[in-house]
Design a binder for this molecule. Structure first.
Ligand SMILES: *Cc1c(COP(=O)(O)O)cnc(C)c1O
Length: 455
């Protein structure tokens, strides 16, 4: 099947009658424990377009939360999966093996920063990669403590939700939490409450002091950071922070881990977000964009750390599933050969100036930030820094009704984040930004009742 027409087409109300009918079935069949960004049911997707079951063509500024960087049906990914599914769907990499998993490992070892022998292990989800980063770091160091940041998001399993910062909806009621997780302040420049002269240094000093006085550096197995915090609201650490933390980790025998599950593989305009500062982590976790939409995650890093766990210690039934591995080989080749990191920089050069200009028109947008195709605007009550989550709900609802899918993020729920597929065309992108601008300009006259579409 060919890619859908790359054009925004609104034929019905969104969500339309066919989506609403399916949503009725969802309500009587599927647990209500999953949030509903919008009750929209998709028929097909590709490039920068999602086609819903009513035939509306929506511009996709979500990419399934930074997953479909190469688009939701890149011909090379589709071809690779079809070819693989015809041969076999599963053997279990722990039982009998296949080449595609090695192809993914070899590519990740080559693409990740660091000029040292590396190994990769494959899993299925991002949270599983982070769980394994913790297990590997503990075995390698013989230590227990794990240091994470405020505003962090690392997943929803018991361990990774413990590592995640935000209580509602990720943690409320799900305790008791995993032990030996310690949180240090995130260097969030817009909301930093310290002196603010050198936020990188101040935040680093707090980390170092907390580690020394509350934990003991010799008890810390790993420091795990997102080089740009994703769910937290695209918080970009001030320059120098990651370098200082990596150095501190090295001096104290602590494994320094980059959670690049959202930022990695081209999204921020470089293959990895740590490259912007020339930081070389010991271990890097990837997932989301890795397999062009199929579930696959990886941990890649120093061979001596990756090989520290005795054989049999890691793995799972579906780890490195052949369909996902075949898709990943294709997706990684597309990211490299089509130079999608460069495309992410082009997207930044279109999106950021437009959002910055919009921010100057009033005082609702407190900050525009991010890198590459990972750009956000933080909304505040005009004239203050008080978060305005209602504004972003209204904007997202307005946009979706006009055929533009955008996501909300942030610890305070007041951030619009744009995560388009990296293959989106300029015209679609500008059309979507026109709609977003309209929404922001018309905010005061938008209905106060948040439309049924956005939760
Ligand atoms: C999405 C995400 C995860 C969790 O990945 P899942 O595949 O949802 O388990 C972990 N870390 C970061 C930074 C993420 O964005």
């Amino acid at each position: 099947m060919s890619q859908p027409t790359q054009q925004r087409i609104v034929k019905t109300a969104i969500p339309g009658p066919a989506s609403l009918e399916l949503h009725g079935r969802r309500e009587t069949s599927f647990s209500s424990s999953f949030s509903v960004t919008v009750p929209l049911y998709i028929d097909r997707a590709g490039g920068g377009i999602l086609v819903d079951v009513d035939g509306n063509h929506l511009i996709d500024l979500a990419a399934g939360i930074a997953v479909t960087s190469v688009g939701a049906s890149h011909p090379r990914v589709v071809e690779a999966v079809k070819e693989q599914v015809d041969r076999f769907t599963h053997t279990g990499f722990l039982v009998t093996q296949y080449e595609a998993a090695l192809g993914v490992a070899e590519r990740l070892n080559a693409l990740t920063p660091g000029d040292f022998p590396k190994r990769t292990a494959l899993f299925s989800t991002g949270a599983e990669a982070i769980e394994n980063v913790v297990k590997i770091s503990r075995v390698y160091t013989g230590r227990d403590a794990i240091v994470v940041l405020g505003h962090a998001y690392h997943g929803r399993t018991l361990l990774t939700m413990t590592m995640t910062s935000k209580n509602v909806p990720y943690k409320e009621g799900f305790g008791p939490f995993a032990p030996e997780i310690y949180r240090v302040p995130s260097p969030y420049p817009y909301r930093w409450t310290g002196r603010g002269e050198d936020i990188a240094q101040e935040a680093f000093d707090q980390l170092a002091e907390q580690v020394r006085t509350q934990i003991g550096a010799h008890n810390v197995a790993a420091i795990i950071v997102e080089p740009i915090q994703g769910e937290g609201g695209f918080i970009v650490p001030p320059e120098g922070y990651l370098t200082k933390v990596a150095k501190f980790a090295r001096e104290n025998g602590i494994v320094f881990v980059a959670d690049e599950i959202q930022t990695g593989l081209g999204r921020t305009g470089d293959m990895f977000a740590v490259n912007h500062e020339g930081v070389v982590p010991d271990l890097i976790a990837t997932a989301k964009a890795l397999a062009g939409g199929l579930p696959l995650s990886a941990v890649t890093g120093r061979a001596e750390i990756m090989n520290a766990v005795p054989a049999g210690g890691l793995g799972g039934t579906y780890s490195g599933n052949p369909l996902a591995a075949a898709a990943a080989v294709a997706a990684l080749d597309v990211i490299v050969e089509e130079d999608l990191p460069a495309r992410a920089r082009e997207i930044e050069s279109i999106v950021k100036p437009r959002l910055e200009a919009l921010a100057k028109e009033g005082s609702r947008i407190g900050e525009v930030r991010g890198r590459g195709a990972m750009i956000a605007a933080e909304f505040v009550v005009p004239g203050t820094t008080e978060p305005d989550p209602d504004a972003v709900k209204k904007i997202a609802a307005y946009a979706i009704e006009r055929g533009v899918l955008i996501l909300v993020a942030g610890t305070f729920g007041n951030v619009i984040r744009l995560l388009p597929p990296l293959v989106i065309g300029d015209e679609l992108l500008n059309d979507a930004l026109d709609v977003l601008e309209e929404a922001v300009r018309d905010l005061d006259v938008l209905p106060t009742e948040v439309v049924r579409s956005v939760a």
